[in-house]
Design a protein around this ligand. Structure first.
Ligand code: PMP
Length: 364
């Protein structure tokens, strides 16, 4: 509508308008409870119904089997960088990390405190513009798990398929923060999937961890209770006060994704939006450029540069005047970045592309 901007931020990011409207209508008095979700006891029947529905809808969306626990935690995906090795490794365990961008690198660095991780592939020398050939990977058969970042939010590279772990427990662990619920995923291929909510499925403050149940219960002795999957699994994410309102919002988003026809339909829309934007970049005769190797371009985060780099600030400024905001690239890479998560409407991408063409016509 008129008063909303198109927000291309990487996260916290735009939320579906109908979800915001629904939350607005329920804010003051949730379904006759006489209070808002923010004011409820997390152990009361109302909130229990909210968190249970959120979990069962997420299970439906991703087809998550009973072999997996679904945890709603706090601390962001960043906390999981430590929680994962603490929960499933001994301090001496070797672990393999594929580093396709800044987030994979951060995950690796944090893990060095709790296990013996090794970077078996890094895209750094190519400025993180690609994904490795899986067959060439030098995986350690003794590694406890293989870690990937399924979508690098800053660099815009996305795994379109997943490597088969060659370690003896066959464990693949993935940070899906920036492409969570953007497409169907075969959860059974993973030991752990984790994601901060604030890009595709809700506000910040909620971190979702999908963990195979047999991996729970063997955490390192020093693991803080708040990081111990067993504590949270045994208590259905209610060991301490959870981020109640955030979980409620995630629940509304899951309902909305199901109503759209589930992740198969959601992915179709995401492919279409990304295609329109990448086509505009590729067909600009070099005025705009995408640094990322074509086959692994992210459907969620689209970094691009201007051939005339001196125009970048002007681009961001003019776009802002037309209610398209947060298009500046991450400070570490520069250029521009359009994050086009599930909740970015097609109209937002259409507007951006029209603006890009107009900008090029004026400055090209
Ligand atoms: N992983 C990825 C892929 C991310 O995009 C982010 C946040 N931008 C993080 C991890 C860190 O998440 P949080 O801020 O929730 O700790």
């Amino acid at each position: 509508t008129q008063d909303r901007v198109f927000n291309f931020a990487a996260g916290p990011a735009t939320l579906p308008e109908n979800v915001l409207r629904k939350a607005e209508s329920e804010l003051y008095n949730w379904r006759g409870a006489g209070m808002s979700v923010m004011e409820m006891s997390h152990r009361g029947k109302e909130f229990m119904s909210i968190i249970q529905k959120a979990e069962s809808d997420l299970r439906k969306l991703l087809g998550i089997s009973d072999d997996y626990a679904v945890l709603f935690l706090q601390g962001g995906a960043t906390t999981q960088f430590a929680s994962i090795p603490l929960n499933i490794c001994k301090p001496e365990d070797p672990v393999d990390y594929i580093v396709t961008g800044s987030w994979g690198d951060k995950a690796f660095k944090e893990a060095t405190k709790y296990c013996k991780p090794k970077v078996i592939w890094s895209g750094k020398s190519d400025k993180y513009t690609g994904i490795p050939e899986f067959n060439d990977l030098d995986q350690n058969p003794e590694a406890r798990y293989l870690h990937i970042c399924a979508n690098e939010t800053i660099h815009g590279v996305e795994f379109k398929d997943y490597p088969t772990p060659k370690n003896k427990s066959g464990l693949l662990v993935a940070d899906m923060s920036s492409n969570f619920c953007s497409k169907p995923v075969d959860v059974s291929k993973f030991g752990i999937i984790y994601a901060g909510a604030q890009k595709n499925v809700g506000p910040s403050g909620v971190t979702i961890v999908i963990v195979r149940k047999d991996l729970i219960g063997d955490a390192q002795e020093m693991t803080p209770v708040m990081l111990d999957y067993k504590i949270h699994a045994d208590n259905n994410s209610l060991y301490n006060t959870p981020p109640c309102y955030g979980i409620y919002m995630c629940g509304l988003v899951f309902e909305d994704l199901l109503a759209q026809g589930g992740l198969v339909e959601v992915e179709k829309k995401n492919i279409k939006k990304a295609q329109i934007l990448y086509d505009a970049i590729d067909e600009s005769n070099g005025f705009y450029r995408s640094p990322v190797e074509k086959s692994v371009r992210s459907l969620m985060n689209v970094p691009f540069t201007l051939d005339k780099a001196e125009l970048e600030a002007e681009f961001v400024k003019e776009a802002g005047k037309e209610k398209m905001i947060q298009l500046k690239g991450h400070r570490s890479v520069g250029g521009m970045r359009a994050s086009i998560y599930n909740a970015m409407p097609l109209a937002g991408v259409d507007n951006l592309v029209a603006f890009m063409k107009d900008f090029q016509a004026r400055h090209g």
